[in-house]
Design a protein around this ligand. Structure first.
Ligand code: ZN
Length: 223
């Protein structure tokens, strides 16, 4: 299914559509592609808004890849735009055998679940204005389904989140690119290498901290 834009001139028109129920007369439309969005990113978004777009894309990619470190970094990028930013705690059951007591202790933030909730909220918000329309394609001579976006911001989100534009998965880079295969996640292979090295360092640090935490908890249960 394509993403379409209402045209004021006939240039680039591929067909006609009626967008709103009750509307009289039809409008000319053109299809919005990945290239159109990529070319216009800097005019669609202000530099500040661009970090919401980049953060949202990286958050989706990190959730897809199960990459907790990027979930954390991308979540921080989108946080300033979300009045309802979610942060759920991770809890462990702490058992005090001496006093026969057990309690739930907050050990940190459940990044993955919080990221999932924040991403869902962002997308619900960004897709709100897109609507399903049937447009009459002059070339095909028949009606085709399309998503109509009333503004370029909505179009950028819809085109991107239906998988046609990606942002380099290296959170230090942020460059948007159009992948030629489904397996491409970085704008250049070098950014993939640099990212994997940094992530394995972060994971080693996380594991060391978790081990320390566990030893502390185990020490408590024994006392
Ligand atoms: Zn890159």
């Amino acid at each position: 299914m394509g993403v379409c834009e209402r045209l004021l001139t006939l240039q680039g028109a591929i067909g006609r559509a009626v967008f709103l129920s009750g509307e009289r007369g039809d409008s000319w439309v053109r299809v919005v592609g990945a290239e159109d969005v990529k070319e216009r990113l800097r005019t669609i978004f202000t530099p500040k808004d661009l970090s919401l777009y980049v953060g949202a894309v990286q958050l989706k990619q990190a959730l897809d890849a199960g990459d907790e470190w990027t979930v954390q970094i991308a979540s921080e990028k989108v946080r300033p735009w979300m009045a309802d930013f979610a942060e759920f705690p991770t809890l462990v059951l702490e058992v005090d055998t001496a006093n026969k007591r057990a309690s739930l202790k907050r050990t940190g933030v459940n990044r993955r679940y919080s990221g999932f909730v924040n991403y869902s909220r962002l997308i619900a918000n960004m897709f709100e204005r897109a609507r399903l329309v049937m447009l009459f394609s002059e070339k095909d001579g028949r009606f085709l389904p399309a998503l109509y976006c009333p503004d370029w911001k909505t179009a950028a989100f819809v085109v991107t989140f239906t998988g046609r534009v990606r942002v380099c998965a290296n959170p230090k880079c942020n460059a948007p690119f159009i992948p030629s295969t489904d397996k491409e996640h970085y704008c250049t292979p070098a950014h993939g290498v640099a990212y994997r090295v940094a992530r394995s360092r972060w994971r080693a640090k996380q594991a060391a901290e978790e081990k320390k935490q566990k030893q502390k908890t185990a020490g408590k249960s024994l006392s």
